[in-house]
Design a binder for this molecule. Structure first.
Ligand code: ZN
Length: 323
């Protein structure tokens, strides 16, 4: 496992930390701006904290020297250690990060209730709904409550790191932002684009008074288009991406091809999302129920958008069918 300090440019260092998750190590980034800034923190584990301290020490720095923490999105490997930089650092991120970071009880309860209903409507048996809920709680244990000092939205500049602006890049997470250095077209893009794996557009519940669930794969595709002009992208996992446009086009094409494969597997009868995801991922749907469900639903959303699939509700059950 590579957990080491790497100089990426005159002002950017990459600090790689271990995670207990399938995705493997995470890259956080130190920016020497007007404020000493850290983009993402690593998960709340002793090993990640140890590595963070050790790599900061290589630059003669300690946790207390960090003045600004920018969080790309709410997943535990990105926000888990945020408390360790308080009270010295200011914490900034997207408004949709706030309820996760602050562990807003009402929001979390609503989200859990939404998913119970939603999964049920889409044919997921009770035992898997319970299991996904249990796994979500397990992930949350790798985070600690913190408050968000400043909310960042599209095109905001970030106080403390002049030259960097915010791009909203939802899809993988609703709270996802990427940082763009306009002058040299460099991005720090969290999990938005990863060199060695395709990022999952994870299904999420509507936020606050939103009426409908976001169609995350469609959002994700739009947000990928926005990054085609970047010259270099630093990711939350794996290597830096030096030909972003090529990789983005490859990812977009792969989704279209996958949607067509799914379409061929659908048959002509009405089906439910869970039923199809079992059929598509017979070996992993039990272990990775949420991810395989998201992947299946995302491509169904794409096909529905293209008019190739339609949906209807019967009682409390949602069905899809080829048109
Ligand atoms: Zn993530």
């Amino acid at each position: 496992m590579t957990t080491s300090l790497k100089k990426r440019s005159k002002e950017i260092y990459q600090i790689t930390l271990p995670t207990p998750f399938l995705v493997g190590p995470i890259n956080t980034y130190l920016i020497f701006g007007d404020a000493l800034t850290l983009v993402d923190t690593g998960p709340l584990t002793d090993e990640a904290l140890y590595q963070m301290k050790r790599q900061l020490a290589e630059l003669n720095l300690s946790l207390n020297d960090i003045e600004l923490v920018v969080l790309t999105h709410h997943h535990p490997d990105h926000i888990g250690l945020v408390q360790k930089f308080l009270p010295n650092a200011k914490v900034v991120g997207h408004p949709k990060l706030k309820p996760w970071l602050e562990k807003d009880e009402k929001f979390l309860t609503n989200t859990r209730a939404y998913f119970r209903r939603f999964y049920k409507e889409n044919g997921v048996p009770e035992q898997w709904i319970e299991e996904m809920d249990r796994i979500n709680r397990y992930y949350m244990a790798y985070t600690e409550r913190a408050s968000l000092d400043t909310e960042l939205i599209e095109n905001d500049s970030i106080e403390g790191i002049p030259g960097w602006t915010v791009l909203e890049t939802p899809g993988h997470a609703q709270s996802h932002i990427s940082l763009l250095h306009e002058k040299n077209s460099t991005m720090i893009a969290g999990d938005h684009l990863i060199a060695h794996i395709s990022s999952n557009a994870i299904v999420e519940a509507p936020y606050w008074n939103e009426q409908k669930r976001p169609k995350t794969l469609l959002q994700y595709r739009d947000a990928l288009e926005k990054c085609k002009g970047a010259r270099m992208i630093y990711s939350g996992h794996g290597d830096a991406i030096d030909k972003p446009k090529e990789l983005i086009e490859k990812r977009l094409r792969a989704m279209e091809e996958k949607a067509q494969v799914f379409k061929r597997k659908m048959g002509n009868d009405p089906f439910q999302v869970f039923q199809l995801s079992k059929q598509l991922y017979p070996k992993i749907y039990e272990k990775q129920t949420a991810l395989t469900f998201s992947e299946t639903l995302g491509h169904i959303d794409m096909l529905e958008e293209q008019g190739e699939v339609s949906s209807y509700k019967e009682g409390n059950a949602v069905y899809y069918q080829k048109t």
